[in-house]
Design a protein around this ligand. Structure first.
Ligand code: FE
Length: 334
């Protein structure tokens, strides 16, 4: 793989395209996807070129238009993938491998994007101060019994908006607004910082439960300073009162609208959906493989059983604008 810096990538990638390469715009850090790229090249002989883009991926593709060298977009969160689709910078990919290995809830109904792995938005609960099984539903987080005990990141962050969109989908917009008000009333402090900072706050005794994504547990355990934060909490997998499973979101892939190497790009997408790549990728990022036949890593399994919500992510993402309005009306961060 040739890793290209932002400044040079357009020039470097704009060289005449060869059929045996694929150009990837990745929101994910190069070291996280390297094992996959190696596996792909070994299997197919197709070389990969990666431009790491941590901001404005859709804007960049729009600006580049038909001259864009990008074949593949790798990013996280349904909001970014649906934004790319709506902006017209992706194209549908018809593939039995993709539709057979990736469950319908985790891919676009028009085949514009596919979830490679998924993460759950769960509750980190203090091992010392929260009884096991005390939290069973997301709705419960609005119960006054948690007053002054909850920590979470900003209401306008995509993770919060994703969860709130799911609450709207399951309980309706009115109930979702009441729910968010209830959660706000239970906050121990103003929302700030990332998911790991909330776990740190539990460790420090500032709150007892926090909302966070599953893979951060893996990340904290790898960091000597953060291991003690991780060890102060247990993961609980809340579900919805209507019986739906735990809220999940995806790390996904899409083919760029103007992909100069569509065949190589399709081969790359199909490789990502293969058992081999599913295992490699899910292990590296501490996420759940989208392919139901590929088991999560031992570490991820040690966090407990998950029943993911099988509601289509497209349906959930459709509530995104409404979710943001609710966050603003509730003044969640205020
Ligand atoms: Fe994250």
């Amino acid at each position: 793989m040739r890793t290209l810096t932002l400044a040079t990538s357009i020039i470097a990638l704009a060289a005449p395209a060869f059929a045996d390469e694929v150009n990837i715009y990745s929101y994910r850090q190069p070291e996280l996807i390297q094992p996959l790229l190696d596996g792909f090249t070994e299997k197919t002989g197709i070389e990969t070129n990666v431009a790491f883009i941590n901001k404005g991926l859709t804007e960049r593709l729009k600006a580049e238009g038909e001259r864009s060298p990008a074949d593949i977009i790798l990013t996280v969160d349904i909001s970014r993938l649906s934004e790319a689709k709506e902006a017209g910078v992706t194209q549908p990919v018809e593939s039995d491998v993709l539709t057979n290995n990736i469950p319908a809830a985790l891919r676009d109904s028009d085949n514009h994007w596919f979830g490679v792995t998924y993460r759950a938005r769960i509750v980190y609960a203090s091992k010392d101060r929260v009884a096991e099984g005390a939290i069973t539903t997301y709705e419960d987080l609005a119960d006054p019994k948690w007053k002054g005990r909850i920590c979470t990141r900003s209401g306008t962050h995509v993770y919060t908006l994703g969860l709130l969109s799911a609450v709207i989908e399951h309980d309706g917009a009115e109930a979702a607004e009441e729910w968010l008000k209830g959660v706000k009333a239970n906050l121990a402090k103003q929302p700030a910082g990332g998911d790991r900072e909330q776990v740190k706050s539990i460790w420090a005794g500032e709150c007892d439960i926090a909302l966070g994504n599953t893979y951060y547990m893996g990340a904290m355990l790898k960091d000597p300073e953060q291991t003690q934060w991780a060890n102060s909490v247990r993961i609980e997998f809340p579900t919805f009162e209507d019986g739906s499973g735990t809220h999940v979101n995806i790390s996904g892939v899409a083919m760029a609208a103007s992909a100069p190497n569509p065949d190589a790009a399709k081969a790359f997408m199909e490789y990502l959906a293969s058992h081999e790549a599913q295992k490699i990728y899910a292990d590296v990022v501490n996420e759940y493989p989208s392919d139901p036949e590929t088991p999560p890593s031992d570490l991820v399994q040690s966090w407990g059983e998950i029943t993911p919500d099988d509601t289509s992510l497209t349906d959930i993402a459709a509530h995104r604008a409404e979710a943001l309005k609710i966050v603003e009306r509730v003044d969640f961060d205020g």
